[in-house]
Design a binder for this molecule. Structure first.
Ligand code: ADP
Ligand code: MG
Length: 710
């Protein structure tokens, strides 16, 4: 997909390529070296796990196909993602045939040698084995050499040529075969990691049934306009985001939220691409173009998340960059010094140097971190948890304190007006209708409750004028030309609109677990609304599990009154609460908790708590499937309102850290051990290849396990 990043001049273009054969950090620097000199090239970023290469270039001077050609020079193959969106390289048969041929001739060579056949025959068989197993490696190696760098392929090539030079034909052929085998195995397991993301892309169908004047017509989703009506039949997946205009059905949102309880949908309800329609046919008015649907944005976020490098990975990369030259230098020294200085046999030390060369590529080490992170992120996404980068996962693993917002987070945020207290000689209907007029445009769950409450009681609600919201406190404006205010105790106290009688009434409501909102008109308080909100059912078990996981401090931060906060804190067994907080107070509270506990996670619904989400080490937003703002601001978004995803998140982050650390330790230990054996002359070339490639495969397999963590 070629995305012009500058809408005015449309010169800077970002082209996304799939690059076959880009498995290792070496190959990325090779590509960079090759592309850097092209006129019009700006920069690139690469992801070896997804094999995606993003090149920023000046399209006027450098075309995408010229880039693909330059990539081909290195022995890798590139094509624009747009040509085969999200497509995997079609599994190519050729590597398998070559591998088979190589194996056959290697066996023939080995048999000839054992049965005392002519050395020339052994060499001939091995030469065929080397040629058939090593062409790809040789092509890549030449590409690397042309770009003046040494990658794993060129190191292998040198090692094999070296072995042949000292007459070790069988050894050379074994190395070629094992290396080719390892490459095939590795590309297959990486394919599995990529599959994790592709399975997200497959969620939404690519065709839609559009209602047209003359019946209906089927078309690609990219041709459906916003505002058109599509038909979604029972059991089908929704191809686009939209609003139901006709029909009734139940929708399984599990693909997006990881929560499989069917949700009933009828006129006016929102439906999301990728979710599955139940038993009724629905007519849906499309509200978003196919590239802007929630699922498309999720995929985009997950992919971006994967190209972002976690700190651990940066460290590993820095080490890797020093490691290769160091080992090569050591190998050269080993080949030259002992024979020169101590008169040791040249052949022996030359061989030991070759063994070192085979181990000079830090592939297992470099791949271990990204593969773990990618599979953790993809696994989480499938469970409705959207993590915007490995960094956030790393931080979650060290969180010691979790702060919760109340309304919409610990409670369902679907309130009901249950008490209407009229004061100052007004009628309850007047009070409720006035409040609703001010709340019509507000996004707060309390505002929705008031408007719903008024409509439910058959009141006609007209929007007020010049209405402004007072974040974390309420709203004010004019209704029928009279200045009116609706909001919490704190707001009314500040405005001098309280009295001992009102305070008493509020206390009473709060003691019954109500969230109270005051209403004033023309400078006089005219009523109080009492609302109930239910604590989410999964709250207690989620909190309990977090505590079992060793989270030290669980805190409630709310804008609601202290009495309500105390009730929730007690019911959910939290450690402390802070009430009547404004959005900036919540931020302050998070900052203070951070200074006390180190890493703090803040969980909120994105309403009045975005500053606190941003100030925390890990900002977790609830219910992001519905809200754009939450999806944008948070580090981690829970697509469903499922509090139990929090312990899952903690579990996953810790497992990821464990996996990465054990992968790093394993691959470093393996290298160190073999280096010693190699120098001491106790390792053969083929053992080195098996150790090196085996380590890569084990590390990848270990990382892939994270996809299946529950
Ligand atoms: P919470 O921490 O419970 O999620 P918020 O910070 O979103 O609460 O809001 C804090 C308090 O501010 C609410 O309990 C309510 O009393 C008041 N409030 C906020 N917005 C509104 C509004 N639109 N109408 C009335 N009251 C509001
Ligand atoms: Mg809230």
């Amino acid at each position: 997909m070629a995305v012009p990043s500058c809408p005015v001049c449309e010169v800077h273009t970002e082209s996304v390529f799939r690059v076959e054969g880009m498995h290792c950090h070496d190959e990325v620097s090779l590509l960079e070296r090759r592309l850097r000199h092209l006129t019009g090239f700006e920069d690139l970023s690469a992801n070896v796990v997804t094999e995606r290469l993003i090149v920023r270039h000046d399209a006027a001077q450098l075309s995408a196909s010229a880039i693909a050609d330059a990539v081909a020079d290195t022995g890798m193959r590139a094509w624009l993602e747009a040509d085969r969106p999200g497509a995997a390289a079609r599994p190519r048969r050729a590597p398998y045939y070559c591998l088979g041929l190589s194996a056959a001739f290697l066996l023939a060579g080995a048999w000839l040698e054992l049965s005392g056949g002519l050395p020339q025959l052994v060499a001939a068989a091995c030469a065929v084995a080397i040629a058939s197993g090593g062409t790809v490696t040789a092509r890549k190696a030449l590409g690397a050499v042309r770009a003046r760098s040494l990658d794993i392929n060129s190191l292998m090539l040198i090692a094999v040529l070296g072995a042949v030079l000292i007459g070790e034909w069988l050894e050379g052929a074994t190395v070629v075969f094992l290396f080719a085998l390892a490459q095939v195995l590795e590309s297959r397991s990486m394919e599995r990691a990529r599959g994790a993301i592709r399975s997200l892309m497959d969620l939404a169908p690519v065709r839609a049934l559009v209602r047209a004047d003359a019946g209906e017509r089927e078309t690609g989703v990219e041709h459906v306009q916003i505002g058109e009506v599509i038909i979604v039949r029972p059991g089908e997946r929704f191809p686009l985001d939209g609003r139901v205009v006709a029909g009734e059905s139940e929708v399984n949102q599990a693909p997006l939220t990881g929560e499989s309880l069917p949700v009933s949908k009828s006129g006016g309800d929102q439906v999301l691409a990728g979710t599955i329609n139940g038993r009724g046919a629905l007519d849906v008015e499309v509200t978003r173009a196919h590239q802007d649907t929630t699922i498309a944005r999720i995929i985009d976020l997950v992919e971006r998340a994967q190209s972002q490098r976690a700190p651990m990975q940066l460290l590993v990369d820095r080490f890797a960059r020093r490691y290769t030259p160091a080992i090569i230098a050591l190998a050269v020294a080993l080949a030259v010094l002992p024979p020169l200085v101590a008169g040791a046999p040249a052949g022996t030390w030359f061989y030991r140097a070759l063994v070192l060369l085979v181990m000079a590529c830090p592939c297992a080490l470099v791949i271990s971190t990204p593969v773990s992170i990618v599979s953790a992120l993809a696994g989480a996404a499938r469970r409705g948890v959207l993590i915007k980068g490995g960094l956030h996962l790393e931080r979650t693993a060290i969180v010691r304190c979790v702060a919760f917002d109340k309304t919409g987070t610990l409670t369902r945020g679907r309130l009901d007006v249950v008490d209407v207290v009229a004061l100052d000689g007004r009628s309850p209907s007047t009070v409720l209708a006035l409040a609703a007029s001010l709340e019509m445009r507000a996004a707060h769950p309390i505002a929705h409750a008031i408007v719903r409450g008024a409509r439910g009681r058959g009141l006609k609600v007209a929007p007020g004028e010049m209405v402004q919201s007072i974040p974390g406190m309420g709203a004010e404006g004019q209704v029928d030309g009279v200045q009116a205010v609706v909001g919490n105790h704190r707001l009314f106290h500040e405005r001098g609109l309280c009295s001992p009688e009102i305070d008493m009434r509020l206390e009473e409501l709060a003691a019954r677990g109500r969230t109270a909102v005051l209403v004033a008109s023309a400078g006089r308080t005219i009523g109080i609304l009492g609302m109930t909100d239910l604590v989410r059912e999964t709250g207690p078990s989620a909190i309990e599990e977090l505590r079992r996981q060793g989270i030290e401090r669980l805190v409630l931060l709310t804008g609601d009154n202290a009495t309500t906060a105390r009730v929730i804190t007690r019911d959910l067994h939290l450690d402390e609460f802070r009430a009547e907080l404004l959005p900036e107070d919540k931020l302050q509270a998070v900052a203070e908790l951070r200074s006390r506990y180190g890493a703090v996670a803040m969980v909120g619904d994105g309403i009045n708590d975005t500053p606190a989400l941003a100030a925390s080490d890990v900002g977790v937003a609830m219910g992001a499937a519905g809200s754009d703002a939450a999806l944008e601001t948070a580090d981690i978004a829970l697509m469903s309102d499922e509090l139990r995803k929090l312990p899952f998140l903690v579990r996953l982050s810790r497992a990821t850290r464990r996996t990465i650390v054990s992968n790093i330790i394993f691959s470093v230990a393996m290298k160190a051990g073999f280096l010693v054996l190699g120098v001491a002359g106790l390792a053969t070339l083929w053992m080195a290849v098996v150790a090196d490639m085996g380590a890569s495969l084990l590390v990848v397999a270990n990382g892939l396990r994270l996809r299946y963590l529950e």
